[in-house]
Design a protein around this ligand. Structure first.
Ligand SMILES: [Zn+2]
Length: 158
């Protein structure tokens, strides 16, 4: 059990992707995932899923990161709670939307929130002398995900 995070590329939205099998039914759900309108049959979903996987050179994703297993994420949560102060650095998005559970999938952080999340991540990276290598790796990966999300306008999805 572990946590992965992704940021989609913008090829489909920018018309740089391979033609969709049913272009007039292609849409995006609230997490930015390409999906089909109407009441697609199993064959139509299969054709759509196959298209998503080959739609562009990125296979639909600009960035895909393994963030850690449940133990590592639990340790990071404890570490961050210890780092919070009053007054002082607070990490609401990291704690409530990223590390709240070691295995959440299917949720996402909007690119607007990714900008706020990047500030939290930079605050932690600022004290990099107290970070262990695995912690540094996690926060560096989070930074890359935030930057990709801000650059594309696509959410960070888990
Ligand atoms: Zn692409």
């Amino acid at each position: 059990m572990s946590l992965d995070a992704f940021v989609r590329c913008t090829c489909i939205r920018e018309g740089k992707a391979k033609p969709h099998p049913f272009p007039d039914r292609l849409t995006f759900d609230e997490s930015g995932e390409p999906t089909l309108t109407g009441d697609p049959s199993e064959e139509e979903w299969e054709a759509h899923d196959q298209w998503v996987g080959e739609s562009c050179e990125h296979e639909g994703y600009l960035l895909s990161m393994f963030l850690g297993n449940i133990t590592r994420l639990g340790n990071l949560r404890t570490f961050l709670r210890g780092l919070q102060g009053s007054p002082g650095p607070r990490f609401p998005i990291l704690l409530e939307k990223v590390l709240y559970d070691g295995t959440h999938t299917g949720d996402w952080i909007s690119s607007k929130d990714a900008a706020k999340l990047l500030k939290e991540v930079n605050t932690v990276l600022h004290s990099s002398d107290i970070l262990a290598d695995s912690e540094k790796e996690f926060f560096t990966n989070m930074k890359l995900l935030c930057e990709a999300s801000i650059a594309t306008g696509n959410p960070i999805t888990f």
